[in-house]
Design a protein around this ligand. Structure first.
Ligand code: 13P
Length: 250
């Protein structure tokens, strides 16, 4: 079981605009009275300056959705951890399934990204998760363990500083959610793997992601090893996101 307060992170993916963000972020902030969980939004890199200016000093942290595996240099289009640090980001998602699937990110690349983030003082949110076919083939445990193992091996004792997000690929954006029992079973596997790697595994927040919404958040968050959520679609609507922050604050 994780020992800190719950952590709820919105992953805006490739959504938002200066105008939309300028109303969504204040709408979220104005409803955060009574929220005691940790909360953040991961926005497109082009909106980090806006997030920093609207959220500095508030209870809502901000983060990036990716970070380069390289430190600096001739990598056109990439954003380095040092650049993210310039905008005071607290978190960077690494290894989201959409990046693994559409951008060919391997376990080794994801491990390097986590390393770059940690070296810059940014908490990587390391995403793991099986596809539908892998679940049906009984490979769920072996897939998530392989994905996390790469990050553990590259990051040694720093591993207690990461956040892990279990996101079954079949549940992302589909409206299909892992049942609380399915989520807990995988989270327990991940916790045990972290325990074998660090004496501080209880400090690592293990988030669930995949069609989490205002209706199912409370039952998922009630599981002993579900320490929070990584929320896509429902994080773009202030009332939904706020109701999930409240569910995580109980
Ligand atoms: P949805 O909440 O839209 O299913 O997205 C989950 C996700 O991928 C968060 O990173």
């Amino acid at each position: 079981m994780g020992m800190t307060s719950k952590l709820m992170v919105g992953n805006w993916k490739m959504h938002g605009s200066l105008a939309a963000n300028a109303s969504l972020l204040p709408d979220i902030l104005s409803g955060m009275g009574g929220v005691t969980c940790r909360a953040a939004v991961c926005v497109s890199a082009v909106y980090l300056a806006q997030a920093q200016s609207l959220l500095t000093g508030s209870a809502l942290a901000w983060g990036a959705q990716d970070v380069s595996a390289h430190e600096s240099g001739a990598y056109t289009g990439e954003v380095s951890a040092a650049m993210l640090h310039d905008f005071a980001v607290r978190y960077a998602i690494v290894g989201h399934s959409e990046r693994r699937q559409y951008h060919g990110e391997t376990d080794a690349v994801v491990a390097s990204k986590a390393q770059r983030a940690l070296a810059a003082g940014i908490t990587p949110i390391v995403c793991v998760g099986e596809s539908q076919a892998e679940r049906e083939a009984g490979q769920t445990e072996s897939v998530v363990k392989r994905q996390l193992a790469a990050v553990i091996h590259a990051n040694g004792h720093c591993i207690s500083e990461i956040v892990v997000a279990y996101e079954p690929v079949w549940a992302i954006g589909t409206g299909l959610t892992a049942s609380p029992e399915q989520a807990q079973a995988v989270h327990a596997v991940l916790r045990a793997q972290l325990q074998a790697a660090t004496a501080h595994a209880d400090r690592v927040s293990i988030l669930y992601g995949g069609s989490m919404n205002a209706d199912n958040a409370a039952s998922l968050l009630a599981q002993p090893d579900v320490d929070g959520g990584l929320i896509g679609g429902a994080s773009l609507k202030a009332p939904d996101f706020l109701s999930m922050l409240k569910a995580a604050s109980r």
